[in-house]
Design a protein around this ligand. Structure first.
Ligand SMILES: Cc1ncc(COP(=O)(O)O)c(C=O)c1O
Length: 422
């Protein structure tokens, strides 16, 4: 019935299997209309950090809904947004001083790019170059697609995307080359911003790189007066073991994009935080220096209330222990499978564990192992959604050790079974 009306995201509707019809969820378990259960091992596209239907967040939203459900955020402010801004500024490392709200990860990136470009414009300076990494993913809106890797996701829109200068992810081996490339792009004095997913490129297949080398590029960016934008839409809120991936860096960015886990997966919300330096370039008597950007649901009070409750849980000792315990379990599972002949590489940072399978095909989102792996996990009651031949676990922090063991066991068995078929 549903196929008559609904068009699902990132789904080829002609060939995809019928979607699971989920009727309720609790903690890490999804319950379907036909009576089956699945462990949500990827936190529902990386948003659900505290488990489904978390009581405290649900109550916060219910209370807020009875006090103020929504109100225009121009000319009006409200307590949930004030409280959340104060909390986030307190949690963020570095020199962030202002919070700008939007709707999701993509819009938080659009806001960041527009802030960076207008930062220069407001000073009478035109800078037209953005630096980004190979394999980057920053969302599905046009600015976000422009700074992303050119690939099948955005091929249809290529003629409409603005050009950016691209660099490979820095590694121990290539860092001096990447530094030179960065410096030569920067030498033209035309670079408005450098945008990156710090330490983990999620959609690219959980590609990981070290803080030390990113730090070197941020130092270079600072020397050339280039605005640094950290896209922590995926890595934020404990995913990497710290609240934010930029905590692993010595140099801090000027702008940070946040979304996904912020509300614990209850409500859509995007945040772009910036330093005083950025804000000051807009703060003027001249109306033309205004940041002309806003969405109808900017700083929705229900979303802010959810985020306030979600941050309280994230900052609790219990949650910190859960994150540390997942990281430790991942590390020991990773060590136990790393030498498997059908595993190309195991990557881990904090609560993110990625296993790249050796299939005989190129590593890619379109690797044909994906569908059989996905079906295998489903048939074993585990909801995992491999990125091509990269199987990853990114669980809600409340996952129990029994549930984690079930996920690991299923992955271990799948590696044996699927590859016996190749
Ligand atoms: C690093 C990064 N930036 C931006 C986005 C886009 O977020 P949204 O899907 O909420 O628009 C994503 C989504 O996966 C992401 O991983």
């Amino acid at each position: 019935m549903e196929e008559h009306y609904i068009w699902h995201p990132f789904t080829q509707m002609k060939t995809a299997a019928a979607p699971l019809h989920v009727v309720k969820a609790k903690d890490c378990t999804l319950f379907t209309a036909d009576g089956r259960q699945y462990i949500d091992a990827i936190s529902s596209w990386w948003v659900n950090i505290h488990g489904h239907c978390n009581e405290a967040i649900a109550n916060a939203i219910a209370a807020q809904a009875k006090a103020l459900e929504h109100v225009i955020f121009a000319g009006i402010t409200h307590t949930p947004a004030i409280e959340l801004s104060k909390k986030l500024i307190g949690m963020l490392p570095g020199n962030f001083s202002k919070i700008f709200f939007s709707d999701d990860g993509s819009t938080s990136v659009e806001v960041a790019l527009k802030m960076a470009i207008q930062y220069w414009h407001n000073q009478g300076i035109t800078k037209t170059t953005i630096i980004a990494f190979d394999n980057a993913y920053h969302g599905d809106t046009f600015g976000a697609m422009s700074v992303a890797e050119r690939n099948a996701f955005n091929a249809a829109f290529n003629p409409f995307l603005f050009e950016v200068q691209r660099l490979p992810l820095p590694t121990k081996e290539n860092i001096s080359l990447v530094r030179n490339q960065f410096a030569s792009i920067a030498a033209g004095n035309n670079v408005a911003a450098f945008i990156f997913e710090p330490l983990v490129q999620g959609a690219a297949g959980m590609l990981m790189y070290e803080a030390e080398y990113l730090d070197e590029l941020i130092v270079l960016a600072n020397e050339h007066n280039i605005i640094c934008i950290a896209d922590e839409v995926m890595t934020g809120f404990g995913r990497t073991g710290s609240n934010f991936a930029i905590e692993y860096l010595v140099s801090k960015p000027d702008i940070i994009c946040l979304s996904k886990g912020i509300t614990g997966g209850f409500m859509p919300l995007g945040v772009t935080a910036c330093s005083q330096k950025i804000y000051d370039a807009f703060y003027a008597d001249d109306k033309m220096k205004t940041f002309f950007h806003g969405h109808s649901y900017t700083a929705n009070p229900l979303a802010c209330a959810a985020a306030n409750a979600s941050m309280d849980i994230l900052n609790s000792q219990e949650c910190k222990e859960q994150i540390a315990s997942i990281a430790a379990s991942h590390a020991s599972f990773a060590a136990s499978v790393a030498d498997h002949p059908f595993i190309k590489e195991v990557r881990q940072l904090g609560t993110i564990l990625a296993i790249e399978l050796k299939t005989g095909e190129d590593s890619s989102y379109f690797n044909t192992i994906q569908s059989s792996a996905y079906e295998y996990y489903l048939s074993n009651g585990i909801f995992l959604r491999p990125l091509g031949n990269v199987v990853y676990i990114m669980p809600p922090y409340c996952i129990t050790s029994d549930e984690l063991t079930a996920v690991y066991t299923c992955i271990r068995q799948s590696v044996d079974k699927l590859f016996n078929r190749i």
